[in-house]
Design a protein around this ligand. Structure first.
Ligand code: AMP
Length: 291
């Protein structure tokens, strides 16, 4: 590790030049894309990046193209000064926070679709979301040109889709996933948790608890997805402040629905608490089913 002052850049060209000079010196670069309002989940990804690379680059960019009209783009919490301080404390080498105009120039029309994966699960409620995520991550990867991309398991479907995009487009970057960081009561850390009222905050761990119980039941031999999902739904319906958006049981790589649980299973879900929509998931491995 080469400790030093953290660079703070807004201009993509300047980022490119900085990274190029590191690469010329033979250094490995890890990249953590974020939308800012950083919490321990983001910081854990930075530490993971630090362990695997000589240089850590963090982007802070609330990406408008991944929000649909009517979603919380304008309200999305922001605190750049605090974010930069947190990055500095983690020994990040470069924080990159471009303006919207530097990422999306007037008249841009190109879209990135990972077909078959982008309209299921999260994509049912947010049909334009993943095209926006893929577009911005592809652009950021071109700007930063890292060796390693660090993503959070919190957004498991996002990670699956980005891994697919990277493989399909032969991008020379390796993806590393970081585990979900949680509050003591199990609630996954999220920048959106600040939207919750105190009552909603107390109710919010219900999704994680229900998914974890489903995982335990699967480990104890339950193999019917329908029965597991029914249990999860019942647990969430029992919480008056929670309104289930969806919960499902899919293959962790293809995201195809599983009727019988086997192999690597992903159980993702989303729940509304008032106007706040929170997501979570459990991913676990079971023996492959015998034929
Ligand atoms: P965001 O700022 O929400 O776009 O998230 C940026 C990155 O941090 C994504 O790769 C997320 O999956 C990851 N992330 C968000 N929350 C958590 C968490 N609680 N634990 C671990 N990683 C997280």
């Amino acid at each position: 590790m080469t400790a030093g002052r953290m660079g703070v850049l807004r201009d993509p060209g300047a980022v490119r030049r900085r990274v190029r000079s590191w690469r010329a010196a033979g250094e490995r670069i890890a990249f953590v894309p974020t939308m800012g309002f950083l919490h321990e989940g983001h910081l854990s990804l930075m530490r993971r990046a630090r362990r695997r690379a000589d240089r850590v680059v963090v982007s802070i960019f609330v990406n408008p193209t991944q929000f649909a009209p009517g979603e919380d783009l304008a309200a999305y919490p922001r605190d750049l000064r605090r974010d930069l301080e947190l990055c500095r404390n983690e020994g990040v080498d470069l924080s990159f926070h471009p303006g919207v105009d530097a990422v999306y120039r007037p008249g841009h029309r190109t879209a990135v679709h990972v077909t078959g994966l982008e309209h299921v699960l999260e994509g049912t409620t947010r049909p334009t979301h993943f095209a926006g995520v893929c577009l911005v991550v592809l652009k950021l990867l071109h700007m930063v040109d890292p060796d390693i991309l660090v993503l959070g398991q919190k957004d498991a479907q996002q990670a699956v889709i980005l891994e697919r995009m990277i493989e399909d487009l032969d991008l020379p970057v390796r993806v590393v996933r970081g585990r979900v960081i949680r509050e003591r009561d199990g609630l996954a850390l999220s920048s959106r948790n600040v939207y919750l009222s105190p009552e909603e905050r107390r109710a919010a761990p219900v999704l994680h608890r229900a998914l974890r119980k489903a995982r335990t039941a699967a480990w104890h031999g339950e193999r019917s997805a329908a029965r597991l999902l029914a249990r999860v739904r019942r647990a969430i319906e029992a919480e008056p402040l929670a309104r289930l958006d969806y919960v499902d049981c899919v293959d962790a790589r293809s995201l195809e629905p599983r009727r019988r649980l086997a192999g690597r299973v992903l159980m993702p879900g989303a729940v509304w608490f008032g106007r706040t929509r929170l997501i979570d998931n459990e991913e676990f491995a079971l023996p492959e089913e015998e034929r």
